[in-house]
Design a protein around this ligand. Structure first.
Ligand code: SAH
Ligand code: SF4
Length: 471
């Protein structure tokens, strides 16, 4: 039986793609191993969003070279966004790579591996680029790949990602995703629902719906259109699924209708990841994000009004082309005003093929980017800790994921281990418990808080009147 090893970097979409590819390969007789050295086939699922992510893959490819030379039958594959973006260049930079497969061609992997096994040489499967045909032809060449689900590939079997949308049409000037993942396409609701039911049958309790601009989800069937709110209503009916989250949201599409739907459906988590990217209007304009800070604040106030308990999180890019100190301070001010639950902060990295790479100068020195990154993170972390401390004394409901990293390494027979769970608002909670609690919903009393973690204990007294923080 052939053995496969997969190394995954990047976003949730990639984690999901890896799960799908492995499910497919297992159906074709492969087993999964933990080390590239033991594998007959080594796959790298790659990311192109920042240069650093690509550098790491090229360095990993450099490390596998000796193993490939020692055993030329070992197949090396590069899949994901970097495969779509670099295509033949990967064969030039790492000539011992056997296979390059873009994210819209993952269904071809078993067949390509067979061809390589038959001695047919290197295989390349990528989708059309944005200029290589009509919108419909290009869209067809970026296929969603959601055939079988494999709970063993998920960090926990109780939580799963579910793709509802592929691609992106927003073309923010810094971003490579519309090129690597192709046009925005909503998946048919019937497919999404049947996948949710399969996940529920596999014991999954929480699903996170995925899309680059997930709340812009739309699917047209004749004259009937399903939007995100109606999709949530349909998914809410799936027995066994108790929690529904969705990422990533686009600020302009966070409508009143969607927010009231989240408020009215108890399974929907009031956790909203809505990246702002910058606090400055001129920078947002240069990024072509399609909104101003006034628009963002209008949206934010709508969230505060309809879902006052919501946890909102964001992404920021620091050091984008032309970002002055004054612009940067506006990002600081936005974090201070919105008090995000957390923010992912990135230093701007020029991406070939994007509008910014063609028209704007990457003029912010590296040390300034690093300084702004650290400063923004410090402001965000201080707020996250203050707000987490406000939860001390409350009781939250968590879905228990399993032992914490620390506990996973400890004695497997220990009775009491540190367990990790997540609140509806995606807050991480650790508490002393036991391994059998994994997959259960439990009430935890919060005793202390750190920047990214709440520390609690199992609430033993079953007081009906406890006001559970939907937090
Ligand atoms: N679709 C999501 C994000 C996809 S990329 C959205 O629109 O929010 C994830 C994050 O990477 C982005 O939110 C952005 O903050 C960051 N990012 C994207 N391109 C980047 C670049 N060229 N340099 C630095 N960060 C980037
Ligand atoms: Fe990239 Fe913008 Fe699309 Fe997000 S919305 S994937 S940042 S182009």
């Amino acid at each position: 039986m052939s053995k496969v090893f997969i190394h995954t970097v990047g976003c949730q979409m990639n984690v999901l793609d890896s799960e799908m590819v492995i499910a497919d390969l297992k159906r074709h007789g492969y087993t999964v191993v933990d080390s590239p050295l033991d594998a007959d086939c080594v796959l790298y699922n790659t990311c192109s969003v920042r240069e650093h992510a690509e550098d790491k893959i090229y360095s990993a490819l450099g490390k596998i070279r000796a193993a490939k030379e020692a055993d030329p039958s070992k197949m090396i594959g590069v899949m994901g966004c970097m495969a779509q973006k670099d295509q033949e260049t990967i064969f030039k930079r790492a000539p011992y790579v056997d296979m390059v497969v873009g994210p819209g061609q993952l269904h071809t992997i078993p067949e390509l591996l067979q061809r390589i096994g038959r001695g047919e040489g290197r295989q390349l499967a990528v989708s059309l680029s944005r200029t290589e045909g009509s919108q419909a032809t290009i869209a067809r060449s970026h296929e969603t790949f959601d055939p079988l689900r494999d709970p063993t590939m998920r960090p926990t079997p109780f939580q799963a990602y579910l793709r509802i949308q592929i691609g992106c049409d927003k073309f923010c000037t810094y971003c490579v995703v519309p090129n690597t993942r192709g046009p925005e396409q909503g998946r048919p609701p019937a497919q999404i629902l049947s996948e949710a039911r399969i996940l529920a049958e596999q014991g999954c309790r929480e699903i996170t719906l995925l899309g680059q601009t997930v709340n812009s989800y739309r699917y047209r069937d004749g004259d009937h259109t399903t939007d995100m709110a109606s999709l949530l209503e349909e998914l809410h009916e799936v027995d066994g699924i108790d929690r529904i989250k969705f990422v990533t949201n686009y600020p302009k599409d966070m409508t009143e209708r969607l927010l009231t739907t989240v408020r009215d459906l108890p399974k929907c988590s009031p956790y909203l990841h809505v990246p702002a990217q910058s606090g400055s209007d001129v920078v947002l304009k240069r990024m072509k994000r399609g909104y101003t800070i006034a628009d963002y604040m209008e949206m934010f106030e709508r969230i505060e009004r309809i879902l006052p308990e919501a946890a909102v999180s964001s992404d920021f890019i620091v050091g984008f082309c032309g970002e002055t100190e004054e612009d940067f301070q506006k990002s600081v001010a936005l974090i201070e005003r919105c008090r995000f639950k957390n923010s992912f902060i990135f230093q701007y990295s020029v991406r070939p093929g994007t509008q910014a790479s063609k028209r704007l100068e990457d003029d912010i020195p590296h040390d300034v980017k690093v300084r702004r990154n650290n400063e923004l993170l410090a402001v965000q972390d201080a707020i996250a800790k203050e707000d987490n401390l406000k939860l001390v004394g409350s009781v939250v409901e968590v879905l228990v994921e399993g032992p914490s990293k620390k506990a996973a390494k400890s004695d497997p027979d220990a009775n009491v281990v540190q367990m990790v769970g997540r609140t509806p608002c995606d807050r991480i909670v650790v508490f002393d418990g036991n391994r059998r609690q994994a997959g259960q919903f439990m009430k935890i009393a919060i005793d202390d808080a750190l920047v990214h973690t709440l520390i609690g204990r199992v609430q033993t007294v079953d007081v009906v009147s406890i006001d559970l923080a939907r937090t």
